[in-house]
Write a protein that binds this ligand. Structure first.
Ligand code: PCG
Length: 137
């Protein structure tokens, strides 16, 4: 086949679309400004965990917000199953948004691929627009 026939896959676009859709789907993040969404997409780094791994432990200090790209996770609270989460969803945002400990445990039901952003970066992005807005008044 000719070189011009080759289809190039844009992983960047795939990543951005997945993360943007996940943020828009989340009750707490759907109201973010476009610039904040772009910055979060930019800052998210890929990570992966094997089936059975604990992604989040209830009661821990939270340090990361995740978007699930591939696989399934289970959410439990005090040993009781709350739900399962599939690709394209945000989780781990509550401890960071509310500055509390992890409200539930999250366990990988399969091998999983995640996008992650650390608390410091996330909080900086959340506050930055606020500061810019504030300085305009
Ligand atoms: P966080 O940071 O408390 O860590 C556990 C995460 O599980 C939580 O954020 C939510 O993102 C996610 N989660 C998904 N479903 C539920 C639910 O029904 N209750 C709670 N508390 N957390 C949930």
């Amino acid at each position: 086949s000719k070189l011009t026939d080759v289809t190039l896959t844009s992983y960047r676009k795939t990543k951005d679309e997945l993360i943007q859709r996940a943020l828009m789907d989340n009750d707490f993040m759907k109201h973010l400004e476009h610039g904040q969404i772009l910055t979060i997409m930019d800052c998210m780094y890929p990570t992966s965990l094997a089936k059975g791994c604990c992604v989040i432990q209830e009661g821990d200090d939270g340090s990361t917000v995740y978007v699930l790209e591939e696989g399934m996770v289970e959410v439990t609270k005090q040993g009781k199953k709350l739900c399962t989460i599939g690709p394209g969803k945000v989780f781990g945002e509550l401890a960071i948004l509310y500055n509390c400990t992890r409200t539930a445990s999250v366990t990988a039901l399969t091998d999983i691929k995640l996008w992650a952003i650390d608390r410091q970066g996330f909080q900086t992005i959340m506050m930055r627009t606020g500061f810019i807005k504030h300085s305009q008044y």
